[in-house]
Design a protein around this ligand. Sequence first.
Ligand code: ADP
Length: 313
Amino acid sequence: MLGAQGLKAAFSRYADPALAGSAAFALAATCTTAWLRRRDAKLREAAVNAELRLANERLQATVEELERSDRIKGEFLNTVSHDLRIPLTTITGYAELLEDRTGPDPSPDQREAIDAILAAAERMKRLLDDLLDFARMEAGRFRLDLQPVALGELVREAIEGIRPLASRKHQTIEARGDPNLPEIEADSGRLVQVLNNLLSNAVKFTGNGGRIAVTWRKEGDQAIFSVSDTGIGISRRDQARLFSKFFRVDHPGSDAGHGLGLAISKALIEAHGGTVRVQSEPGRGSTFTVRLPLKASRSPEPTGGLPPEATGR
Ligand code: ADP
């Protein structure tokens, strides 16, 4: 940068030396101010960068901590679900032994007690299965075994499985499907799991004498199946959170679940490259529609991704 004397010399060709001096001084002052501004901007930038670096380090530490606690949660869920299975098997085994020992005509009290033990053990088994799936999906350790599957047969099997429960509530289950639906590429065990979840919800949330219908058909390169009921329905507000993990609506009189079934079903359907949606009207019933590609569009690699946790409860 030119010094004040240099500037004065540069301006010396001005006729009036005093004018040249003050012009040189003004220019020097302007240059100095600009230099000071640039230096201030650089200092500010350095301070902001240092703050950003610090914030980044803190964020990184938080992410690592969250990943660590997530891992611990997954391992804990895994261990607990496995360890609880052993006493559960013992409980079920002895309840069945009791059933055998009481002979063909148990007293009403005996029947009620044995049924209560078996039903509680079955509920617990379902919860443990869901917790294990949940832990696997959260950890991304979940794999599909893709095979050609006859969807219609799977639906009929699932319906037969749920029929005793529906009969107890005098509900009818109607099955209507396209007999020419080609086999789809899917994990049959996982599809049965989805069907069981949708059907058991339909039975659970539909009153005595209600109707349940299952349909399946082909549309373009997709197989579509739906489970409808004439049950209590779901409000628009609840529909928005229905597939979030741990979401459930406490309906008086119905057996409160743990709110994992639909979240797991959605993750399973999406792992097949499909979608699920619900249409419902409170007091009139609900229809869950699942669309699956005839040919799985994703590789059966380990996958994860449960829908986010429901908020606002
Ligand atoms: P769970 O049944 O174990 O609570 P789900 O994830 O399967 O868990 O279902 C979550 C909630 O969605 C249920 O608690 C219920 O409130 C609601 N729901 C699911 N299916 C139906 C249905 N067919 N009719 C009315 N409500 C339903």
